[in-house]
Design a protein around this ligand. Structure first.
Ligand code: ADP
Ligand code: MG
Length: 380
């Protein structure tokens, strides 16, 4: 077991890393954050911020020398960095698991090879693959295999001709073509798995997206018992098949009552932010615990919860929003990520409303958002 006050390494300095730093600090650990952005949200709170590229040999050497274990907050850390660190100190999740999740083709092939229900897809490695695609994949979505997030790098296509044009527009980068489903709704499961293979899963979350970006998460999800049970079972099996150690997010689609695994996040997940305010142990403390070889904490939900993302769109031109509308709401917890610049679509913060009655919690969260919009003269 790695015990406080040991120093832990974090690759990435965004909001997920910031919450990791907060959890680690509360438990008595120190954290070194590597991120090239000198104003990164986690770098601002870390004991040390290495402001360098993710493949900077000197920075990686410093992590290896000063940290006792290292983890990541995002899947796009270069594979070579993960391999280099693996050879020097414990790194969880393993480079092999991150590699699968960071590339949509390897992720989908992983799901197919292990028999997980997934959306029909085709690998698009070059133009030549497009005329050969099955017509059953249209209408579809062409998604770049790497670096896509929050709906970025995705184009809706109705025919092979449109897919070809979209592929060319994506600079002929490797892509997947996926059938576009008419979704009943979306759910996710966030869980933690330790080195011994014990799993602590959080309750199934219902997620609503807006323009491809998570908007609202509702817990417990308003889904059938079957969907809930399947989501939990599938998420556990994904973690096992990946040999995963750490906090993992698994996104699902529900379509015509059937469940499909959408994608995997080898890190805490935006849809797991409710755990900070509504669970005994949150997803970031679990990440610390799994990394350090501590027993996993109790993931039990003690309150119903609704989480609402706050994007840069909520920031009026040139100033900060009037937050009063949120602070007056009982049971509402506001979390701002300390980002210096608000841009449309950029995740700047979130709030979670907790309470005993699911309907009341949902109404309070929606009312709070409306009040925020009104107080800041925004159109939404
Ligand atoms: P990312 O979250 O990495 O941007 P996703 O593949 O999860 O990429 O897509 C973002 C959102 O777009 C999904 O949560 C869902 O709302 C919608 N979406 C993605 N793929 C499909 C699909 N095949 N059919 C219907 N909706 C989809
Ligand atoms: Mg997604």
């Amino acid at each position: 077991m790695i015990l406080p006050p040991s120093t832990l390494g974090m690759l990435g300095g965004g909001q997920l890393a910031r919450f990791f730093v907060i959890a680690a600090h509360e438990m008595g650990y120190k954290v070194v954050v590597l991120d090239p952005d000198k104003k990164s949200p986690a770098g601002l709170l870390a004991d040390k911020h290495l402001c360098a590229a993710f493949d900077d040999a000197e920075a990686l050497n410093e992590i290896a020398l000063t940290c006792v274990a290292v983890t990541t907050e995002f899947e796009n850390v270069p594979a070579a960095t993960l391999v280099a660190l693996t050879n020097r100190l414990p790194l969880h999740p393993a480079a092999s698991a991150v590699a699968i999740c960071q590339h949509r083709i390897s992720e989908k092939n992983f799901l197919r090879e292990h028999g997980f229900p997934h959306v029909p897809y085709a690998e698009i490695n070059s133009e030549k693959d497009i005329p050969a695609t099955d017509s059953g994949l249209y209408p579809g979505i062409l998604k770049v295999a790497r670096f896509g997030y929050d709906g970025k790098g995705q184009v809706q296509v109705s025919t092979a001709e449109e897919a070809l044009a979209a592929f060319t527009a994506c600079k002929s980068e490797q892509c997947i073509l996926e059938r576009r489903l008419t979704l009943d709704y979306e759910v996710s499961v966030v869980l933690a798995r330790d080195l011994a293979g014990n799993i602590a899963a959080f309750p199934t979350v219902e997620n609503a997206h807006r323009d491809g970006i998570l908007d609202v998460s509702i817990v417990p999800a308003r889904c059938s018992v079957e969907v809930h049970e399947q989501a939990q079972k599938l998420a556990r099996r994904v973690a096992e098949k990946l040999g995963y150690v750490g906090t993992l997010g698994v996104e699902f689609f529900v379509c015509d009552g059937s469940i499909y695994v959408n994608e995997l996040a080898p890190r805490p997940h935006n849809s797991g932010h409710f755990t900070i305010d509504a669970c005994v142990t949150d997803q970031f403390e679990q990440q610390v615990r799994a990394l350090c070889g501590l027993p996993l904490g109790d993931p039990r939900l003690h309150s119903k919860a609704v989480m609402v993302n706050l994007l840069g769109d909520v920031w009026p031109e040139g100033c900060d929003p009037e937050w009063h509308a949120l602070f007056v709401q009982q049971g509402l917890k506001l979390h701002l990520y300390g980002k210096h610049e608000a841009r449309p679509g950029r995740k700047m913060g979130h709030f979670t409303v907790v309470g005993n009655e699911a309907d009341v919690v949902l109404k309070s969260a929606m009312d709070a958002r409306l009040e925020l919009v009104k107080a800041n003269n925004l159109s939404f």
